[in-house]
Write a protein that binds this ligand. Structure first.
Ligand SMILES: C[S@@+](CC[C@H](N)C(=O)[O-])C[C@H]1O[C@@H](n2cnc3c(N)ncnc32)[C@H](O)[C@@H]1O
Length: 337
C-alpha cells in the first residue's frame, strides 16, 4: 500500500517531487498517456520485482511478506476471518495480503483489473491449493455467483478509481456477499489534515496537466467519511463501524439488518480496534514520509523519527521505504548515511 504515498513515484524509485509540489500556473507539462486502469497496472507489473514495487514500494520479497502480514492482521481482525470462510479480495495485486490469509480460511479468491498482476499473484501462490484468481474486464464481479462470499475486502484500490467505479464495485460486493457476510473497504480520508495534505499534492501535480485532456483514470482519489459511508449505504450495506482518525477511512459493513447481530459485531470491532485502525504513529510516519517526498524535510529527519520508535510495526513498515527513496535519489539527498 505504500505505493499510494508517492503517487507518481517511478519504478526506479527516482522522484522529481520538489518542483512538482510548487504550484505553477499556465503550465501543461504533465503528459497523460494512460487510458485505462488495466493499461496502467499492467505496465507496472511486467516483472515480479516491478509488481512488488507497484503494490508495496519494495522489490524485496521478505519486506513485502512482512507488510502483507501487517495488513492481513488488520483484515482478519476487521472481518473476524474464520477457517470455514470463503474470502474475496478486490484488487488483489500480487496477493500481498492473500498469500497471508489463504492459510487461515477455507478459500481465498483474488480478482484484479490487471492480467499481469493476476499472473504475478499466481507465481506467489503456487504453494496454496485453496485459491482462485480472476482478471476483471470491467467494474463487475460477473464471474462470481450471487450470495457466495463470506468476507470481502479491498485495500489500496478504491483510492485509485473514479467514484462511479467504486460504487459499481460496492453494488457487486453486495450481490456476491452472503447475508451475514462483511466487507472491509478503505480509501483516502479527505477530512483528515494529513489526508488533505496528500490530496493537495495531487492538486499541484495535476495543475501541470493539459486541462483539455482527461486526467489519469487511476490517479489517487479521496472521500470524506460521510461520502464513503453514503456510497456503502446506497449500495445496500449497513455500515457497522468506520475508523477515520487517520489519512485513511476504513469501513466495515454488512448486509444484515438484524439488530442483535449488528450490536454484537460492533462490540467485537470495538474490542479489536487497535488491531484494525491505523495508529496515530502510523499516521505520523506517513506524514514524515510525504514531507520527504514533497521536499519539505531530508530523509535523514524521517529516519531519525523512525529510530525514535524502533521495535514498532510502524517503523518496520516505513523505515525500509524511506531508505529505498533515499537510496534511489542520491543526486537529491546525497548517499544514504
Ligand atoms: C496499490 S495496489 C494494491 C494491491 C493489494 N490490494 C495490496 O494491498 O497489496 C492496487 C491494485 O488494484 C488494482 N486495480 C486498480 N484499479 C482497479 C480497478 N478499477 N478494478 C480492479 N482492480 C483495480 C491494480 O491492478 C492493483 O493490483
Amino acid at each position: 500500500m505504500l505505493f499510494c504515498i508517492a503517487g507518481d513515484l517511478e519504478l526506479s524509485g527516482k522522484i522529481h517531487l520538489l518542483d512538482h509540489y510548487k504550484p505553477k500556473t499556465g503550465v501543461t507539462e504533465l503528459s497523460v498517456d494512460i487510458v485505462s486502469y488495466k493499461q496502467l497496472w499492467d505496465s507496472k507489473a511486467g516483472s515480479q520485482a516491478d509488481a512488488l514495487i507497484a503494490v508495496d514500494g519494495s522489490s524485496d520479497e521478505s519486506i513485502v511478506q512482512s507488510n502483507g502480514q501487517f495488513t492481513a492482521r488488520q483484515v482478519s481482525a476487521a472481518l473476524d476471518i474464520q477457517a470455514g470462510d470463503h474470502v474475496l479480495e478486490l484488487g488483489c495485486g500480487v496477493a500481498r495480503i492473500g498469500r497471508e490469509l489463504a492459510p487461515i480460511c477455507a478459500h481465498w479468491t483474488g480478482v484484479d483489473i490487471s492480467g499481469k498482476m493476476i499472473e504475478r499473484a499466481g507465481e506467489r501462490l503456487t504453494h496454496q491449493d485453496n485459491v482462485s484468481l480472476h482478471r476483471l474486464d470491467r467494474s463487475s464481479l460477473e464471474m462470481l455467483p450471487d450470495n457466495s462470499i463470506d468476507k470481502a475486502y479491498s485495500i489500496a484500490v478504491m483510492c485509485h478509481m473514479d467514484k462511479e467505479d467504486l460504487y459499481l464495485y460496492l453494488e457487486e460486493l453486495h450481490r456476491v456477499l452472503k447475508p451475514a457476510g462483511m466487507i472491509f473497504v478503505e480509501t483516502w480520508n479527505l477530512a483528515h489534515p494529513v489526508g488533505w495534505k496528500r490530496w493537495e499534492y495531487e492538486v499541484r501535480n495535476w495543475s501541470r496537466s493539459d486541462q483539455g485532456v482527461r486526467k489519469d483514470v487511476s490517479r489517487n482519489q479521496f472521500c470524506s467519511p460521510d461520502e464513503f459511508e453514503l456510497y456503502q449505504r446506497q449500495a445496500g450495506f449497513e455500515v457497522i463501524r468506520s475508523f477515520s482518525n487517520s489519512p485513511w477511512i476504513q469501513s466495515i459493513a454488512t448486509l444484515s439488518t438484524e439488530a442483535d447481530w449488528l450490536e454484537q459485531q460492533a462490540r467485537r470491532i470495538e474490542s479489536s480496534k487497535t488491531a484494525i485502525a491505523y495508529s496515530v504513529l502510523f499516521g505520523e510516519m506517513f506524514e514524515k514520509t510525504i514531507a520527504v517526498i514533497y521536499g519539505v524535510i531530508h530523509p535523514r529527519e524521517a529516519i531519525a523519527f523512525c529510530n525514535q520508535h524502533r521495535g514498532t510495526a510502524e517503523t518496520d513498515l516505513y523505515r525500509p521505504f524511506i531508505l529505498g527513496l533515499w537510496r534511489g535519489n542520491p543526486e537529491q539527498w546525497g548517499e544514504v548515511e
